[in-house]
Design a protein around this ligand. Structure first.
Ligand SMILES: NC(=O)c1ccc[n+]([C@@H]2O[C@H](COP(=O)([O-])OP(=O)(O)OC[C@H]3O[C@@H](n4cnc5c(N)ncnc54)[C@H](O)[C@@H]3O)[C@@H](O)[C@H]2O)c1
Length: 245
């Protein structure tokens, strides 16, 4: 996943206390720690060592300790981190203590899959509205939500307090959809369309493109093949480190 962020993004909630300005790479790893911590909590763990959490999250433990130190969380020597406390700290920093309402625009193949997925609610997100421009899709019910015409975006965004927009339209339509989302006050956009969006300062856009991820993996396959062809074979032993995850 790539991201595009304007510095000093104001966000929408005015009363939120100032947060530490974390490195983007740390922010990107916090959800991994959170997922691992929830799995530990679900299996009855009350504490976890930095090594245990690092393994569960798939990062190295020095990086994890550094990331968590940004939150003021250092764990207790010989005991490790308190799982519940760390979940609360990370959720607080990620702004997950409130459920965020998401609007999904473009309910085709991908949009259907996203709208039908039940796993977002437990991670702090509610898909609150579905929009499409195709009249034949408007009125269809998916997972208890009726698809509305994108022309209703402005009204529904206010009614449902939409804070994040997800774009799953074809690329040629994505910029206009982004403009509509921004016009109704949405300042965070997740873009699945394979294109670069132009947005005003203060609007955060993250882009998901599985083809790009596959192309990066293709490069590493290509590189591994070229290294194994050399005398002495493949040097890198830690594949995740080698590809910078
Ligand atoms: N990021 C990824 O990894 C990934 C994977 C698959 C697809 N995609 C991308 O996701 C997008 C959707 O793919 P799909 O297979 O679901 O396409 P699709 O054609 O099945 O669905 C697109 C939907 O968008 C609607 N639409 C078009 N213009 C619109 C507009 N202005 N406002 C609202 N709705 C509009 C269409 O009516 C349609 O229902 C494409 O851009 C595709 O390239 C990305």
């Amino acid at each position: 996943m790539s991201q595009h962020r304007h510095p000093g993004a104001p966000g929408r909630a005015g009363a939120v206390p100032a947060l530490p300005d974390l490195p983007e790479a740390t922010v990107a790893r916090l959800p991994e720690y959170l997922r691992a911590l929830h799995a530990l909590a679900d299996t009855g763990h009350e504490t976890v060592s930095s090594e245990g959490l690092a393994n569960a999250a798939g990062v190295n433990s020095a990086k994890l300790r550094k990331d968590l130190s940004h939150l003021g969380s250092y764990g207790t020597r010989g005991v490790g981190y308190d799982v519940t406390l760390l979940i609360e700290q990370i959720e607080s920093v990620l702004g997950l203590t409130q459920c965020r309402s998401v609007a999904l625009v473009g309910v085709g193949n991908l949009g259907h899959a996203l709208a039908g997925y039940d796993g977002f609610a437990s991670r702090g997100f509610r898909i609150a509205a579905l929009f499409d421009a195709d009249p034949s899709r408007v009125g269809e019910e998916i997972n208890g939500l009726v698809v509305r015409h994108v022309d209703d975006l402005a009204r529904v965004a206010v009614e449902e307090s939409i804070s994040i927009g997800v774009i799953a339209t074809p690329a040629p339509a994505a910029q206009a959809v982004a403009d509509q989302l921004v016009a109704v006050g949405v300042t965070s956009i997740l873009n699945f369309a394979p294109c670069v969006l132009s947005v005003p300062e203060g609007v955060d856009v993250r882009k998901v493109d599985l083809a790009i991820e596959l192309q990066i993996l293709s490069f590493h396959e290509h590189r591994k093949a070229s290294l194994t062809a050399l005398p002495g074979g493949l040097a890198a032993t830690d594949t995740q480190e080698a590809i910078g995850t």
